[in-house]
Every structure is written in C-alpha cells, then in structure tokens.
Design a protein around this ligand. Structure first.
Ligand code: SF4
Ligand code: SF4
Length: 492
C-alpha cells in the first residue's frame, strides 16, 4: 500500500436511508450496510485521489484498530471499488454472443385490432378488415424454431400478440395444441401468455385460457375518464364500460394464474396512484404495471419532460405504499416496483437491457424474425425467418455492439447493470437508431433506482421474510458488509 490506492467511483454509489448508509455495489447489483468505520474509510477514498498507508494511519489512529481498517480496505479491493496500480485487474474481454438459447417466441397472430386506441405504437397495426392473420404453417415453424434453438431450456414460452390476439382464436387454439404435443415429445414444459384489450373475451374463451394456464395481461388505463381518453373503438367511442365488464368477468372466472393490468401513460395522464387504486382495489387485478410513453411516433401523445417528472414522483408515492404494505408482509401489486425489488434481491446484472434477440424473438405474420413484438412491421432489419432460421452473425453483431459500453455514457453509469442502455424500441422511436442508449430519461431512472434502494433496504431490515415469501427465493441476501460473489445472478 505504499504507492497508494485510488477510489473507483464508477463501481460504488452510497445512499442514505433513514439513519443508515447503504453501499450499492454496482458491478454485482448488491447492497451492503456501511457501518460507521466502513463509511469513514469510503469517505477518505472519495476525498483523496490517492490514499497511502500513512494517510490511513494518520486519519484513523486512535479511532479504529489498524487490523479492522485493513479488513475493510481488503474488502473494498475485492469489490473493486478501490484499486492499487499493482492490483489492477485486466479489463474483462468484450462480450461475444454465439449462442441464442431461445426461451420465448412471440407470435404476432393478427396485425388487425378491433379497437382504435389513439396512441397505439404498433408499427404494423391495421383495422380488423385489413388485418393480416398469421397462418398455422408459420406458427408451427415458429414453435419448431423455438424448440430447436431452445434445446437447453427445460421450459419455453409462447406469447400471442397482435393487434388484438383474441381476434385470431383459431390460430391460438391450433398453435397451443401443436406446442403442447411437441413439448411433451421433447420433455419440456410450455407456458402461454397474451396481452389483450379484453373486448373479445367470452366465458368460453376464458375457460379455454384457464385450461391452458395462460398468463394474461389486460391493457387498461384506469378509471373511466382516463381510460376513455385514448382507448377507443374505431368509431371513437370510449371502451371503459365494455373493458371493465369483461375484466370483471375474467377476474371472477379465471383461476389458473393472477391477472395483471398494463397501463400506458401518455400526455396528461400522470396520476399513477389513483389509476393503481382503481385497477387493483376497485376491479381486483393482482398486479398493475405502468409504461410511460416518451417516444411514440405521435408526439402529441408523448409525456412532456415535466409530465414524465410527475410520473416518477407519483411512482414514488405508490412506491411508499408498496413499502408500507411490504412491512405488513403484503404485496400491493405495483409491478414496476416489485420488479425492481426482485432485481435487487436477485442481484440482477444485465449486459443487455432485455432478452430481445437473445432469449426471445417475435415472428410476424409472414414468418420473419424481429427483435421483439414492438418491431414487427418496422423498417428495422429482420433477423432471419422461420424458414431460413436466425441470422446469427447479424444478430450477434447488433447485440455485441449494444453490450459494448465503450464510448457511451453507460460505461460509468451507476445503474448500467440494471438499465443497460434501455429498450431498443425506445432508441429506435426516439433516435431512429437501435444502437443508441435511451439517454432521454437517465437522471429520472437513476433517481428511481436510488428510491428503490431505500425501499429495499427498509424492507430488508424490518421485514426480511417479505422477500422469501413474495420474491423468488433464488439467491442469498446481502445484508452484511462482507462481499459475497456467489450472491449475484447474470441475466443477460
Ligand atoms: S441509458 Fe442512461 S441510465 Fe441507462 S445505463 Fe445508459 S447512461 Fe445509465
Ligand atoms: S426491446 Fe424494448 S419492448 Fe422489446 S423486449 Fe426489449 S425492452 Fe421490451
């Protein structure tokens, strides 16, 4: 330690939560309580560009035993939040993507939708009469591709998307039969899911979905006045009455899995708390997830910067409610918050923002392969087809480019392993460039994660069993100062 040690700011971030100080270890997405001594040592490294052995002796003499200081410094070195020249490890090699272990295939079963929601982002959306339906041949080949490329998976997912997926029920029924029999032959489990506007649900369809244990999300924007603003029939009439009636029928009848609501937040719609309360407590959805729109084609519907700020402030209010419920051992169903708690609990460490292109692909009605459901019908390059297979070289080049943070603001960003540059479709819609990180709300995202760290830490200290009971118990808890390299998950 004679030549000195230096702080690596990009690997550590500390947050005050009540009377505690929490260290967010960025490379592993792990949280550690900083006791007074560890905090003081961290501060010394933050203050001085180079800290020598004699600096430490001078600073801490009479306050902390030399052995204890040495122990903390060694932990910090292991965690790579400080470094010494002699101890500098080589930069990790660039990520090479050679395998595409598909776990999910999204089938765009109809480009047509029976509604005319004003803000709809779908690139290939048309009215029902003009809708292009996927044929069984394409669905069958898609499932074969999933099984071929997902050989290593014990469990695979088939997702039905549209337009409105329920407008092509014959294809859904045929694809489910085929997937179930093929998966049985291969000894795999298969899960099905769909997102629907609910208007075409009948008792018969609900019972069918129940029998096949579909994961179901309903697109619904909140109470009548908010929902009817944008979610309209093709003739321009609000759909709240029919959607809420169908949603209630589904929620009463459906027993296979919890049903979620997916809310799109657009210009003028920022009241996250009352939307959540209506969907969760008046209608009875198990979970409510919010998707703020900032980069749609129709700028009229995009949230302004001020509105986006309000959305995040209101998400924090709902997050406070999540916290008070979690302390009583209940999940309030705010799924954005619950996802963040899951990521922090599991030590999620993402090299890429989502599974698009690597764990999942979307098939359009013609059988072409798209990064995800949001790209079907776009002018972005297709990554193969169900006939010719995945264009692995091209897909690999794109994914490796996005995983390489060199020269981007993400390289040193403290939430780089959670955000990982953001949604490709947001990049496409905002910058017309899927390679560009989504820089337009980085500060708000960082602030949101800091808020989540506070919530996580309070739950962990006051009711840790919440995580065991409500979040998947996959990894160990990091409650102490000691670095535990086995407690992180790699979710590329
Ligand atoms: S997009 Fe912004 S918030 Fe996300 S990792 Fe990059 S710099 Fe950070
Ligand atoms: S690219 Fe965006 S929309 Fe597509 S799967 Fe990823 S996060 Fe979702």
């Amino acid at each position: 330690m004679t030549t000195g040690l230096q702080y690596i700011a990009q690997n550590a971030h500390d947050v005050i939560v009540g009377d505690k100080r929490i260290l967010f270890h960025i490379p592993t997405t792990s949280l550690f309580d900083l006791d007074e001594m560890s905090g003081d040592i961290l501060d010394l490294f933050k203050e001085k560009t180079n800290v020598t052995q004699s600096d430490m002796e001078l600073h801490f003499k009479g306050r902390y035993a030399a052995d204890q200081v040495k122990g903390v410094v060694e932990d910090f070195l292991d965690m790579e939040i400080i470094k010494g020249d002699a101890l500098l490890r080589p930069a990790p090699p660039k990520i090479k993507i050679e395998n595409y272990p598909l776990s999910t295939i999204i089938l765009n079963v109809n480009t047509g939708c029976n509604l005319g929601c004003t803000y709809c982002y779908k690139e290939d959306l048309t009215t029902p009469v003009k809708g292009e339906l996927m044929g069984f041949d394409v669905a069958k080949k898609s499932i074969d591709l999933l099984l071929r490329e997902g050989k290593s998976r014990d469990r695979v997912n088939v997702v039905f998307f549209g337009g409105e997926p329920l407008s092509n029920m014959p294809l859904i029924r045929a694809a489910v039969d085929y997937a179930e029999s093929r998966c049985q032959e291969e000894g795999k489990k298969v899960d099905f899911s769909l997102t629907t506007n609910a208007t075409l649900l009948t008792e018969d369809i609900i019972d069918y979905l129940n029998d096949h244990k579909f994961g179901i999300a309903i697109s619904m924007d909140g109470p009548k006045a908010i929902h009817d603003k944008n979610r309209k029939t093709i003739g321009g009439k609000g759909t709240y009455d029919v959607v809420s009636k169908k949603a209630k029928m589904l929620l009463e009848r459906y027993t296979a899995r919890p049903v979620g609501a997916r809310v799109t937040l657009t210009a003028g719609v920022v009241d996250v708390v009352s939307i959540h309360n209506h969907l969760k407590y008046d209608l009875g959805f198990a979970e409510v997830g919010f998707a703020p729109v900032t980069s749609g084609d129709m700028t009229l519907y995009n949230l302004s910067n001020e509105e986006l700020y309000d959305v995040f402030q209101n998400m924090k209010k709902l997050g406070e409610h999540y916290l008070s419920e979690a302390l009583e051992n209940r999940n309030n169903g705010f799924s954005n918050m619950h996802q963040m708690m899951t990521d922090l609990y599991e030590g999620t460490k993402k090299s890429l923002p989502c599974g698009a292109g690597i764990g999942l692909l979307a098939v359009d009605h013609e059988g072409d392969l798209n990064l995800c459901h949001r790209f079907t019908g776009s002018d972005i390059e297709k990554y193969g087809s169900v006939d010719t297979g995945i264009k692995k070289k091209e897909l690999g080049a794109f994914l490796e480019g996005r995983a390489d943070r060199e020269g981007t603001g993400c390289k040193t960003c403290r939430i780089r392993n959670l955000c990982s540059g953001g949604c490709y479709h947001e990049s496409y819609a905002t910058y017309d460039d899927i390679n560009m990180p989504t820089y337009h709300y980085c500060d708000l995202m960082r602030d949101w994660i800091d808020f989540g760290i506070g919530v996580y830490s309070k739950i962990l200290h006051e009711n840790p069993r919440y995580f065991e009971q409500h979040v998947s118990p996959r990894t160990l808890l990091n409650t102490g100062r000691t670095f535990n390299p086995t407690a992180m998950g790699e979710n590329a």
